[in-house]
Design a protein around this ligand. Structure first.
Ligand SMILES: *Cc1c(COP(=O)(O)O)cnc(C)c1O
Length: 400
């Protein structure tokens, strides 16, 4: 059996040719490839505008700026995510207001979001319980609520309808972190263009890749112009090359990456179908031991899953980390997706978060096991992983 990879890009001669042709064209930055990549990206997610950037993280940063976040402003977001989604708030010196997640999907709990937004906009003085410990003291300076930042975790859409209702009610922006979910559909609608701005990421472990890269999608004309300016050193469209209207960054996406992206996006539906097939192979095999390991749960509102990773949920009492070590010894990689963000050392230190603050996210984090997953995995490989995993689980279970 070939060495099984945790993840793998799915690339053909077409991608290689597109990058080669771009290199040969000598047009390596700000050229025709990004224009085409942005046009096809907006079209794919049914958004009005798309703006390419050099990573999902840079896209999130620009979205947080557009939402108006500045010193001590509040952003309601999920602790059960990759650290970049909350870090973007910190780049603008905002305060992340974490709320707990739904125990079946792992996505942000819209009821908690509504309650937090209600409290934080109406009675700032008496709502300190929603804030990180570092900001609960009476004298602590706290700005205003600027955005809700849901993450479509593992390729499954968050409950956008109630989140959009909260955003409309309190006039705060919705920033969709769609970095794990390109092509996913919520009640028949593609994610990324359901709020004020959505962000996609194209690192090689995602559903499609540009090497490094990301994309912002928005229906707002003013935000498109702002994103174009911010990614390009703060130049406005009408500025000359050495005129800078605002503080900007170099977050531009290069032409080789964009060329790769154009081809990958044209193949995306094929890639997602292959991934869905691999996920189904896993779920069929794991179903036989539901009491020890649960396949991912798909919510009724998820009309199309965009499989990013395959994360099984272990029964309480299973030694997840021991299981991962045993799998690793057999040449099978796995990952503990996720250690909740509020328990990352830096967040504990800076904001005073503690174990127990978000019990559902923590429970999911302790029991999750991401298995090797990609569109190029074979059924034999899935079979091998599942057989070894089920054997180990039986042994562990027998000895508990
Ligand atoms: C991958 C990812 C990002 C960051 O994307 P990069 O391109 O690696 O910067 C942000 N948020 C989530 C939830 C992700 O999974």
């Amino acid at each position: 059996m070939n060495q099984i990879a945790m993840s793998s890009p799915d690339l053909t001669e077409r991608e290689a040719r597109a990058v080669y042709d771009t290199v040969r064209s000598t047009h390596l930055a700000i050229g025709p490839q990004i224009v085409e990549f942005e046009r096809s990206s907006a079209e794919y997610v049914n958004g009005k505008h798309a703006v390419g950037v050099n990573s999902g993280t840079s896209g999130l940063h620009l979205a947080v700026i557009a939402a108006g976040v500045t010193d001590n402003d509040l952003v309601i977001t999920t602790p059960f995510s990759f650290v970049a989604s909350a870090n973007a708030v910190l780049y603008e010196r905002g305060i992340p207001v974490f709320v707990d997640v739904d125990g079946t999907t792992g996505n942000i709990d819209p009821g908690q979001v509504a309650a937090a937004a209600e409290a934080l906009t109406r009675e700032p003085g008496s709502s300190r319980g929603w804030l990180p410990r570092s900001h609960r003291a009476d004298g602590a300076v706290v700005g205003s609520l600027k955005a809700i930042l849901p993450v479509h975790t593992f390729g499954q859409p968050s409950e956008m309808d109630p989140l959009c209702a909260v955003s409309a009610q309190h006039d705060v922006a919705i920033v969709e972190d769609a970095c794990e979910s390109i092509g996913a559909e919520y009640k028949g609608r593609r994610v990324g263009a359901l709020g004020d701005v959505g962000i996609f990421a194209y690192y090689p472990n995602k559903q499609m890749t540009t090497g490094e890269g990301g994309m912002l999608v928005t229906n707002r004309d003013d935000w498109r112009d702002l994103f174009r300016s911010l990614r390009n050193q703060g130049r406005d469209v009408f500025d000359s090359w050495l005129n800078h209207s605002r503080l900007g960054f170099n977050y531009r996406l290069d032409e080789m990456s964009a060329a790769l992206g154009v081809v990958q996006l044209s193949r995306l539906d094929e890639l997602l179908e292959k991934r869905a097939r691999v996920a189904a192979w896993y779920s069929t095999r794991l179903q036989s031991m539901q009491e020890l390991v649960e396949p991912p749960t798909i919510a009724p509102s998820t009309t199309r899953m965009s499989w990013f990773v395959y994360v099984a949920r272990l029964a309480r009492g299973i030694d997840r980390d021991g299981l991962m070590r045993s799998l690793s010894e057999m040449g099978i990689p796995s990952r503990p997706y996720f250690t909740p963000i509020h328990l990352q050392p830096f967040y504990r230190q800076r904001f005073g978060f503690q174990e127990g603050d978000f019990p559902i996210a923590e429970d999911l984090g302790r029991r999750s096991l991401a298995l090797p997953f990609s569109s190029v995995m074979t059924e034999d490989q899935v079979d091998h992983v599942c057989r070894q995993l089920l054997n180990l689980l039986k042994q562990q279970h027998a000895s508990i």
